[in-house]
Design a protein around this ligand. Sequence first.
Ligand SMILES: [Zn+2]
Length: 421
Amino acid sequence: MSSDCDGVRAVTPSMEGRRDARCEEDAEGEEAGERAAEKVLGRRDSTTVEYEEEETEDDDAGLSCSSSESSSESSSSSESSSSSEGYGFGRESSEMLALMERLAAQRLGVSSSELREATIEPVLDSFDLKGVAEYIKSGRAKNVIVMTGAGISVSAGIPDFRSESGLYSRLGEYDLPYPQAIFELSYFREKPEPFYKLSSDLFPGKYAPTPTHHFVKLLHDRGVLRRCFTQNIDSLECATGLPVDKVVAAHGNFDAAHCLNGHEADMDVVEKACRVGKPMRCAKCGEYVKPDIVFFGENLPERFYDCAQEDFQHCDLLIVIGTSLVVHPFAGLIERPQEHVPRLLINLERAGEAPNSEITRLYRLAGLGRGTGFNFDEETNYRDALHLGKCDEAVFELCELLGWKSDLEALIANCSIKRNL
Ligand SMILES: [Zn+2]
């Protein structure tokens, strides 16, 4: 028994030569296989912001509204009405299993009974912070991608949207007919006041970055951060001194603003308007000006797709922090790292899980180029670490394991932006 080229354990000794040859064929076969798989799996590659489930999550505020009406694409209620079925798999499990089995058996040149014996080399020593710390210390993490959600800004005091005291529970105060109206263009066109009122609270400068934001900066200082993809619109990543080009603000931010006809607005004027919460109009055409926050149904910035395309090819460790992964297409990024790349989720609760751990195992055996949702199943997990808890405490623990704790503390202590609520 020996390993083949990508960590899949040999099933029978006689197959080794055949498998080597197959590894070379992978590029072609992989592409065709992945196309077939995606057809069955109903993978979402939506271009506009949409939401997968109707539950509210207290650790995932940001632009996270959850009305099925706001799902721009088909709402596909039969496919994605529950999170257990929604994560990248949209069809019957038996159909997926059969397809995955066929692809995996074809690739390895084995029977289905032999396939059941096949094992996958774990890429982490343990599926927790310690395992990830060891992986980083070994020098294998040189292109870390961090994905962040509203959970990382909660301790900064950023008002969240969906918790009991969040924006969506204060509709009267904002005078909204329904929560998501605040991020709807049609509503904004008629009544921009609620969004401007929100902007007066959220405009950068009022809040200081959290230890988790500084942890991202620390990864950069250590030379291992490829990119931080964030759902947050608070720009706190860059408030740590992290260069702007290291961050992809998937749902936009307050760095620029345009009128509804697309004219760019003077940010000095926009900032003044936002700070006092008074809607402003375009100097050229008189239409309302909107900071470049992505509203429902709007396309994400092109940079999101450009960076996702390029960065994930190089990703050797994915760290997901403080998001329940219900907003697409952002949530689908966790499927982009190559299938041998370890992934870590730090969150108050489990998120982004594939509905069927056997499918994720077969996916790997089939050598499909991109991964699936997380698989934390003890039996079949080979790469997904999970840490349930508060983001800041988790990054301190991780830094302690890495021997970086004093560096993190220094970044926090030396930050020029102090909390000022
Ligand atoms: Zn204009």
